[in-house]
Design a protein around this ligand. Structure first.
Ligand SMILES: Cc1ncc(COP(=O)(O)O)c(C=O)c1O
Length: 280
């Protein structure tokens, strides 16, 4: 695993060979998908927006009843420093552990896949997929774990495969009653009438995106956090997917309709990339 770094959550964090096995076969993360994770950008030897990611990791762990051990900041900084100055990505994982054991934490750093950078620079083609639930269901039924970043992402991965079968590179989930939710690994935003719109994560049980939080704060156009319909999305002048590693990615085709890389997306992408690289 050239160019990858693995650090274990110990006191102090311990760098090990990246091929080292770290989980037991009876770990509940493996057996039941009961683990939480964060993926973040590395730039200049530093994890970007670490505080936001660690706060969300703690919230996800609470929702999954995983007693989160301490030491994550030091773990992330250790892995980032060992990875070096190149652009990269860092995945922090906390698995529930075996039934009688304690949670297990580790950090894996590595390079960003070329297709991810290409998606940011050239844009992605997207289809909408019906998630099959009303927009209010995930927030009112917390056991569905809407808004939790757990490793139970098999549905997310299946959605990406379904998109691929439909000739697209990514998907946007819409609720059964026609509202825009999120993408399997990104927050959705769009531009309508010069306003940048994104759905309210807490209200509709989607993941509160750190990229959306940072990027929308950098927007030079008005921002609205509100619900939107799939019809509004399809009529938007610009559609964006926001996520930590890919950053701000323009959607260049939505449900078969070509879209330009518009001025709001271009400005936001540049502002976000600058923010990733600026020291805190
Ligand atoms: C379902 C989902 N929504 C939104 C996001 C975007 O979150 P962030 O910007 O913090 O990477 C992700 C990131 O992986 C995600 O998995």
């Amino acid at each position: 695993m050239t160019g990858t770094v693995l650090a274990l959550l110990e006191d102090p964090p311990r760098l090990v060979d990246p091929t080292t096995p770290v989980l037991r076969a009876d770990d509940l993360g493996v057996a039941r998908g009961e683990s939480v994770f964060e993926t973040l950008r590395l730039a200049g030897g530093r994890p970007a927006f670490l505080d936001l990611h660690l706060a969300r990791l703690a919230r996800s762990a609470e929702r999954m009843a995983i007693p989160l051990p301490s030491g994550w900041e030091r773990l992330a900084l250790t892995a980032a420093e060992a990875y070096g100055d190149a652009d990269g990505m860092l995945r922090l994982t906390c698995s529930k552990g075996s039934a009688a054991g304690a949670p297990v934490g580790f950090a894996l750093a590595g390079p960003i896949p070329v297709e991810t950078v290409r998606g940011r620079e050239e844009g992605v083609t997207v289809v909408t997929l019906d998630l099959g639930v009303p927009a209010d269901l995930r927030a009112s039924s917390p056991w569905l774990l809407g808004g939790v970043k757990s490793t139970s992402y098999a549905v997310n991965m299946a959605s990406l495969r379904a998109a691929e079968e439909l000739g697209a590179q990514d998907a946007i989930w819409v609720s059964h009653d026609g509202q825009v939710l999120e993408a399997p690994t990104s927050t959705v935003a769009w531009v309508t009438g010069g306003v940048l719109v994104t759905p309210p994560a807490e209200e509709i049980g989607t993941l509160p995106g750190t990229t959306a939080h940072v990027a929308l704060g950098l927007a030079t156009v008005p921002v609205e956090v509100r619900r939107g319909t799939v019809e509004e999305l399809r009529a938007a002048s610009e559609v964006l997917l926001l996520s930590s590693v890919r950053g701000v990615a323009p959607v260049v085709r939505l449900d078969g309709r070509d879209l330009p890389v518009g001025p709001v997306t271009s400005a936001l992408r540049a502002a976000f990339e600058a923010a990733v690289r600026s020291p805190v």
